[in-house]
Design a protein around this ligand. Structure first.
Ligand SMILES: NC(=O)c1ccc[n+]([C@@H]2O[C@H](COP(=O)([O-])OP(=O)(O)OC[C@H]3O[C@@H](n4cnc5c(N)ncnc54)[C@H](O)[C@@H]3O)[C@@H](O)[C@H]2O)c1
Length: 437
């Protein structure tokens, strides 16, 4: 099939590369000239496991990159929109990128095309896209607009795209949704055909529910801290109930990234616009915010005064296996520690350059151990695999004080105790607060 993808970010690039690998002819178009220059040479501007190999395998053969969006529109029968839909200051969705993409599509609509919206958009946006295209095209060329929300996760995006749990395709004409579903047939996955608005809603409902699970387990973890229970054991116990399950129940610093915070905010705002006041959703965001403060207070409690202390930070991306820093807890935690007078040394396996650009007055280190050397405490913010294989004896020998505040609960509190660390996880019981207790 001949497919154009407008917007070559985390979603657009992975979609384009995987669709090309499935045998389609793909043109990926973006307004970002530097990004397209890099991609045209096979250089991937983001960190996403497995992606580079797929791009290189298909480049200039089935996969093409261009800044000429109009040309890209004319080249294909299916036009996927995968541009960003960031939050505005008030939490509403900034739909300006979608609107711009729709206008370009309109201006170059030379024959019948199916416009497939993959971006996460406010419910009803599909109709707005159709109205924009109608208004700015000659009005003579027929087209259809379909919603195909994306569920991939950064860090496992290639796997998620090639082995999806489900593909949702929403259109008011079933035969059009079926046409789009043919693209996904080689994946042999469940394909749900819905109406347009329901497809758009499914994306928000999914993200809000997952965010809710995280905030819920974080509140239970905070309570475990208060009463001396262990969140690991509690989670195991509740997860054995098949109605609850064991996914997405990791207590820690809460969610970040480009999706959950903005999508929950957007749903709250959409509710207001349509006369419905969500009660659960604002609390999900509040708990999420609180987790970061909770972590900072753990550092303060453990270290006492922060002024003049050196704190090593391991991991700054919002989750492992990605370089995405959008809404990452590190963006709030590091400045807060600095504000309290601490000096921060940090290490992240992939975000070195970004760390230097984003954080002021931090020491960006080349290795985890370099960051830990002579630090008064170590704070773990991202659960990269690298941090799970640590030589604890060596770590203890280089830290000034053997204090670890583990924001992601990757270490076993008992092993920490055996290795004589002063260890604080998230919800692992105050009884492990220090060696003296
Ligand atoms: N990142 C994720 O994990 C994820 C997962 C599921 C859904 N989504 C949704 O997918 C959409 C895209 O997210 P992303 O993370 O890939 O965004 P991104 O910011 O990584 O990429 C967006 C790209 O669109 C380009 N762009 C913006 N306006 C354009 C225009 N008018 N024409 C051409 N290109 C344009 C930008 O230059 C950028 O390269 C969002 O709606 C997001 O909510 C994201």
């Amino acid at each position: 099939m001949r497919i154009t993808i407008i917007g070559v970010g985390y979603v657009g690039l992975v979609t384009g590369a995987c669709f090309a690998d499935m045998g389609n002819r793909i043109v990926c178009a973006d307004v970002d000239k530097k990004k397209i220059q890099l991609l045209s040479k096979g250089t991937i501007p983001i960190f996403e496991p497995g992606l580079e190999e797929i791009v290189r395998r298909n480049l200039n053969h089935r996969l093409f990159f261009t800044n000429n969006i109009g040309h890209a529109v004319r080249e294909s029968d299916f036009i996927f929109i995968a541009v960003g839909t960031p939050s505005k200051q008030n939490g509403q969705v900034d739909i300006s990128y979608i609107e711009k993409a729709a206008r370009v599509i309109a201006a170059h609509l030379d024959q019948y095309k199916v416009i497939v919206n993959k971006s996460t958009v406010p419910i009803g946006m599909g109709y707005l896209v159709a109205r924009i295209i109608q208004k700015y095209s000659t009005g003579q060329t027929p087209f259809d607009v379909v919603s195909n929300p994306e569920f991939l996760r950064e860090g496992s995006a290639v796997k998620d795209l090639l082995k999806p749990h489900r593909v949702v395709i929403g259109a008011d004409r079933r035969e059009i949704a079926q046409k789009v579903s043919e693209i996904y047939e080689p994946l042999h996955c469940p394909i749900l055909l819905t109406d347009l608005k329901s497809a758009e809603m499914i994306k928000y409902a999914s993200n809000a529910f997952l965010a809710c699970k995280i905030s819920f387990i974080n509140e239970i973890a905070n309570m475990c801290d208060q009463v001396g229970a262990d969140i690991h054991q509690v989670t195991q116990g509740i997860a054995l109930d098949p109605r609850i399950g064991d996914q997405f129940l990791n207590a820690g610093l809460g969610f970040g990234g480009s999706c959950f915070p903005k999508d929950v905010s957007a749903l709250i705002q959409m509710g207001k616009k349509h006369g419905y006041q969500f009660k659960i959703l604002p609390e999900i965001l509040e708990v999420n915010q609180f987790q970061r403060k909770w972590f900072i207070s753990k550092v303060k409690q453990t270290l006492g005064v922060l002024k003049g202390k050196t704190i090593a930070i391991w991991g700054i991306s919002f989750k492992p296996d990605t370089d995405d820093l959008r809404e990452a807890p590190s963006l709030e935690i590091i400045p807060a520690l600095q504000k309290a007078g601490a000096h921060v040394k940090l290490y992240d396996p992939v975000c070195t350059l970004a760390a230097k650009q984003i954080f002021k007055n931090v020491q960006v280190c080349k290795t985890a151990y370099e960051a830990a050397k002579n630090a008064d405490a170590l704070g773990l913010l991202t659960d990269w695999n690298e941090f799970k294989q640590i030589d604890f004896k060596y770590l203890k020998s280089i830290l000034k004080s053997p204090i670890i505040i583990d924001g992601r609960n990757i270490y076993d509190p008992h092993e920490m105790l055996e290795n004589q660390f002063i260890y604080q996880g998230m919800g692992q019981g105050t009884r492990l607060y220090s060696l003296d207790q």
